[in-house]
Design a protein. Structure first.
Length: 238
């Protein structure tokens, strides 16, 4: 495996898409139904994550409250708004960002490394889409949601396992000569390890989310750095 000179066009695309991904992520907290649910005391910053990790009816009731509870309607409305933004904006934007970042780092998209990274991202996006679409089905009738819970778990882990594979591929690219990026390789490897840890214990999922976030920010920084003018080499003419 050899590291290619960063592809400037891909780096430009990755920078723009990375900033868009960050903007959409911030947008989750600015959605009016989400703000209303949090301000009313019905929701919290981790409510969507707890919904993703729901594996039993008791888990769902813990997220949405009892059927006649005052928090049921606000939480359903907030979760639907967040999941629609996720499905129609966040998933396609972050998938495009990760693909562009992989090409920027590894060279032409036809290389085996780039194809492995792209394949992992496509699988992650499909898993995420399954997870999010399942959540939208669950909120239509929470008390009848039990048959949907296996699909929710499958989508969640296809997404995260694939993102962990992507991080491992990028770690390998970052360690390859001639231009080794040890900081990026370390952050990418930690993201993969965090995913493995969460697979054994879902209570560690918040650490996995933080690790993926740090990894994506590092990718954005590397893509932006590739756009900076390169210093001149050699002696200046007399």
């Amino acid at each position: 495996m050899s590291a290619a000179v960063p592809d400037r066009r891909a780096a430009m695309a990755a920078t723009g898409l990375g900033l868009a991904t960050l903007g959409v992520f911030i947008g989750f907290r600015t959605l009016e139904p989400v703000r209303a649910a949090i301000s009313s005391g019905c929701g919290a910053s981790d409510t969507l994550s707890r919904f993703q990790l729901a594996r039993t009816m008791d888990d769902l009731i813990a997220v949405f409250s009892a059927p006649a509870g005052v928090c049921r309607a606000p939480i359903v409305t907030a979760m639907d708004a967040a999941n629609r933004l996720d499905l129609y904006a966040f998933i396609p934007v972050y998938a495009a960002f990760l693909i562009a970042a992989a090409i920027a780092l590894s060279g032409p998209w036809r290389t085996h490394v780039a194809l492995a990274a792209i394949g992992a991202v496509v699988l992650a996006a499909l898993g995420d889409a399954l997870e999010t679409a399942t959540q939208l089905r669950i909120t239509q009738d929470i008390e009848a949601a039990t048959p949907h819970l296996p699909a929710l778990a499958i989508g969640y882990w296809v997404k995260n396992a694939s993102l962990g594979v992507y991080a491992a591929v990028i770690a390998g690219v970052a360690l390859a000569p001639p231009r080794r990026r040890f900081a990026l390789a370390t952050i990418a490897a930690l993201a993969t390890l965090a995913m493995v840890g969460a697979a054994f214990d879902e209570a560690r999922a918040p650490f996995m989310t933080l690790a993926f976030g740090a990894f994506w920010i590092a990718l954005l920084a590397i893509a932006g750095q590739a756009l900076l003018p390169r210093p001149a080499t050699g002696d200046a003419p007399a």
